[in-house]
Design a protein around this ligand. Sequence first.
Ligand SMILES: [Cu+2]
Length: 460
Amino acid sequence: MNPNDKARRHFLQGAALAVTAGAVSRAGAAGLPEAPLQTSAATQPPLQPATGRPYQPVVTLNGWTLPWRMKNGVKEFHLIAEAVEREIAPGMKARLWGYNGQSPGPTIEVVEGDRVRIFVTNKLPEATSVHWHGQRLPNGMDGVSGLTQAAIPPGKTYVYEFTARRAGTFMYHPHADEMVQMAMGMMGFWVTHPKDPGLMRVDRDFVFLMNAYDIAPGASVPKVSTMLDFNLWTWNSRAFPGIDPLVVRQNDRVRIRVGNLTMTNHPLHLHGHEFSVTGTDGGWVPPAARWPEVTTDIAVGQMRAIEFDATEEGDWALHCHKAHHTMNAMGHDLPTMIGVDQSKVLNKITRLVPDYMAMGDKGGSMGEMEMPLPDNTLPMMTGRGPYGPIEMGGMFSTVKVRRNLARDDYRDPGWYRAPAGTVAREWQGETPEARRAAPSGPAAPATLEVIKPGGHQGHH
Ligand SMILES: [Cu+2]
């Protein structure tokens, strides 16, 4: 950490400490606003506005909202672009670039019509800028280095100032050496709340960005030139099981706002409920233009706000439907081993490579095994639930719907306890041979050779 940071106060350390927006100290009111720092990757409680117009704050998944100060009617924020350390999930830390101690940077929340001033200090080794994706603003505030402004050199602070003209869901990211800076984790969420707090009101409003990294097992700095073959698919720079659950009270109206800053699309799928897309980065979707969905594709550079009534109790999976995106670093570049009998070569290999493990000859079921990993990486499929291994990674979390939660209680309630008789169970009756139709037509094979998989031996 930069020695200058020692003077900065550590805001929001741990969920127990309540901090209100507008609490940034007045000592430096003549100069730059303080730049609060977040050291934890835990989801912080919503930042209730203490100054300015009222609104219902959002909850940033594994993140936080940036406090501001009010100065002569202007909301002042201070972002510091800097190197950060981010825990991707327990067992793996990445050295990224971000803002104010984390990647992504803090969420910025303002109200439609607010005058906003953002100071951006560049502590990176190269020039940067901030583009306020989706906003209506003066051209010179759009943050495209070279086109609308000179890039912010290392060590310098620039000021952006504009009026948040349109309510909605936005993000911010550099428009300078973009490929490198976004591959390193520089991005953040922005929410402009409606002037009328009753408009588009929900009970719980979650936000996160989809991002992706290519970090070799054992390494901690992303490869910045990777175009498609990323090995860590993350939400707010966290991979399952490091992604917190979205905790909601039964019958709450829930909104989840998602932005995609990866290099590919992500079909986001919710279990147990239908939702509507109620907003994009272009604005709210009129009610007559919405339709029910359980999966919505989020293209590169897009944002989507989905809404649903959380009527069904339980732990409902929420994940990207691309199977490779719910896997972690060790899940890539593996050969297909289903049906391959490895038992004959296993003894020979084990003599040469004591830690060798025959992988996946019965398909999945890797979640039960623990194989030696290099330091600082994540197993490809992991996480345990109440019934065993979950065998997921990457872009996977749960929406936990519970009765009788307090309004602002976002603490993990633990696993859902299903009522007796409502869980899929083993059939205890007879299992007669299934009747199959006789093969017909010229293409049907006369005989079928079956390769019987051998068992795993000698590894745990
Ligand atoms: Cu995906």
